[in-house]
Design a binder for this molecule. Structure first.
Ligand SMILES: O=C(O)C(=O)C[C@]1(C(=O)O)C=C[C@@H](O)C=C1
Length: 361
């Protein structure tokens, strides 16, 4: 390297080394403070949860609010999620249940939300994720709830209806699909395998490029990737993490019909999440099947100035054209406006279930 170039880089690199030393010292001080918090928590409640979603959201948001850059808000989220994850792990390791072998989008969402210092509980279905958390085999679960191309993930909605678990957080991630094989070509491939949601998200692309190939459903995209890794007649649709985990090559990448394709995941658990000042509340409602019932059902929200952010319906399976309505609104259930709206709403409906209040992403 040119000597003058080196001479100019050297002091800056020295500066970075000094800063890294300070960061390291501060990270260890932070870790010791978290360990002390963990000891106090144990003193008061041995089996109580270490995870405090509202505190984690507060820390990251207030750093983002005070930040003047050039470090970006997204970088603050990623770096501090990992710092907090490590500190939390020193108090007690968080076990997280989610769908799929290594490399699934659920795993990516779990890492982006809770950091990497977690112990995975990998499940074969969304039902198993709920069961694992309900049975105490995992502290929390991460499940997809809606996709920007395909809409609601119906199985998750049905499980939320019947589960005692609460929603404790949300995380939306970009979903980028690839067509993957062991060789990186389609030679000898007789079928394309993926989770039905992924097949649906890539429907137009598949029709255009492989109109005659057999499409098969797998329990997860990472399961499809595992199959492709072991069988040269299989091509999988899966994300970059799965490609990496199963050492597959891309025949084509970014094959989702919508380049902005995103999936929103929910974190579910048994803990109660306190207000942060920027929260969302999710509920399920049902009303008798008569004219104007849905309008009346929602009137308390508008009447109390509570904004509805999502409205989804699922058949109640009574054969009577009755539905469960899944409603998200801004605010925490302890906020006076939300509490009043929920109180009024309960009186109007035939069925009411609170799914939880949690920090907005
Ligand atoms: O403040 C706490 O209760 C902590 O345990 C510390 C800490 C952190 O590292 O900042 C870690 C885990 C909790 O979920 C929240 C915050």
């Amino acid at each position: 390297m040119d000597n003058t170039l080196l001479a100019r880089l050297q002091p800056l690199r020295q500066r970075i080394d000094d800063i890294d030393d300070q960061i390291l010292q501060l990270l260890n001080e932070r870790a010791r403070a978290a360990q002390a918090i963990g000891d106090i928590k144990k003193e008061f409640d041995v089996d109580g949860p270490v995870l405090k979603p509202e505190r984690e959201a507060d820390i990251i948001r207030s750093l983002q609010a005070r930040n003047h850059g050039p470090f970006t808000a997204e970088a603050i989220d990623a770096v501090w999620t990992q710092i907090i994850s490590t500190c939390r792990g020193l108090e007690s390791v968080l076990t997280v249940a989610y769908l799929g072998p290594q490399g699934s989008f659920s795993e990516q969402a779990a890492f982006e939300h809770f950091g990497h210092a977690i112990e995975p509980v990998r499940c074969d279905s969304f039902d198993e994720v709920f069961r694992a958390v309900e049975a105490g085999q995992a502290d929390v679960g991460v499940v997809p709830v809606e996709n920007s191309t395909e809409g609601a993930v119906n199985r998750t909605l049905d499980l939320l209806l019947n589960s005692p678990l609460k929603i404790i957080g949300e995380r939306s991630i970009k979903i980028h699909h690839n067509l993957l094989t062991k060789s990186g070509t389609m030679d000898g491939v007789t079928r394309i395998v993926a989770h039905p949601q992924a097949l649906a998200q890539c429907r137009d692309w598949l029709t255009r490029h492989y109109p005659n190939i057999k499409l098969d459903a797998a329990a997860s995209n990472s399961e499809a990737a595992r199959m492709a890794a072991n069988d040269p007649t299989v091509a999988a649709i899966a994300g970059d993490h799965a490609a990496h985990a199963w050492e597959l090559q891309a025949v084509a990448s970014g094959i989702q019909d919508d380049p902005q394709n995103r999936t929103r995941f929910l974190a579910v658990g048994k803990i109660e999440t306190l207000p942060t000042g920027d929260d969302q509340t999710s509920i399920i409602l049902a009303v008798p099947n008569r004219a104007g019932a849905v309008y009346t059902m929602l009137a308390p929200l508008a009447g109390n100035g509570v904004s509805m952010t999502r409205f989804e319906s699922r058949p109640a399976r009574t054969g009577q054209w009755e539905y469960y309505f899944y409603v998200d609104m801004l605010g925490h259930r302890n906020d006076p406006k939300v509490a009043k709206a929920l109180g009024e709403l309960k009186k109007e409906v035939a069925f009411f279930k609170e799914l939880g209040s949690y920090p907005r992403q």
